[in-house]
Design a protein around this ligand. Sequence first.
Ligand code: 6GU
Length: 245
Amino acid sequence: MRIDVVSIFPEYLAALDLSLIGKARQDGVLDVRVHDLRSFTTDRHRTVDDTPYGGGAGMVMKAEPWAQALESVLDGAPAAERRPTLIVPSPAGAVFDQAMAYELAELDHLVFACGRYEGIDERAIDWARGDFDVRPVSLGDYVLNGGEVAVLAMVEAVGRLIPGVVGNPESLVEESHSDGLLEYPVYTKPSSWRGRDIPEVLLSGNHAKIAEWRRLEQFHRTAERRPDLLAGVDTGALTKADLRA
Ligand code: 6GU
């Protein structure tokens, strides 16, 4: 997968050199390129923002540097059957979730446009629809100063779903949100630690019983912490007592 990130703080994206994503880049599974928006300005001050029409606090990112940057990304992209997807991180976007991560992991070319200040001139976004499948995306209902941190989160969530990025694909199956529920609690040695014992069933060697216990724990946790998620899950024969709800 090819990933381009455009930002006025390319250093923020240095974390993409690390860990699983960094390894995937070294292995050639992920081709990640980070671009400095300011290098697409033409004035002496390398201006990327200006005051908002209509008034109000803060600054708005100018359209032209964005058009230049995105055109340069298109020029440098390998010929692809599908249009690249342009993700615009914004608290005003659709909320990113595991289903979206799976969807994006199927694509060959993702481009991230990191806005700062009060956002990007909307005409640049509209213009980009000519060449990109544009998707404004939010991490959740809170405000960050810019899209960079959101891009780190999204690239990690998407990248780890690409074959060859996570060493053991089995670990993608049994994790929070893979089945719409939160993950069950996990334990490792010693079996007794500071007076706390692990649940006995985990020492039973009975795999069916362990699987059943884990499933029930998933429901307990989800009912307690994220009851909103249960609406999308078949709770089947479970009773309210089972859910401890
Ligand atoms: Cl994706 N961007 C910004 N700037 N703020 C956010 C966000 C994204 N998601 C939640 N808050």
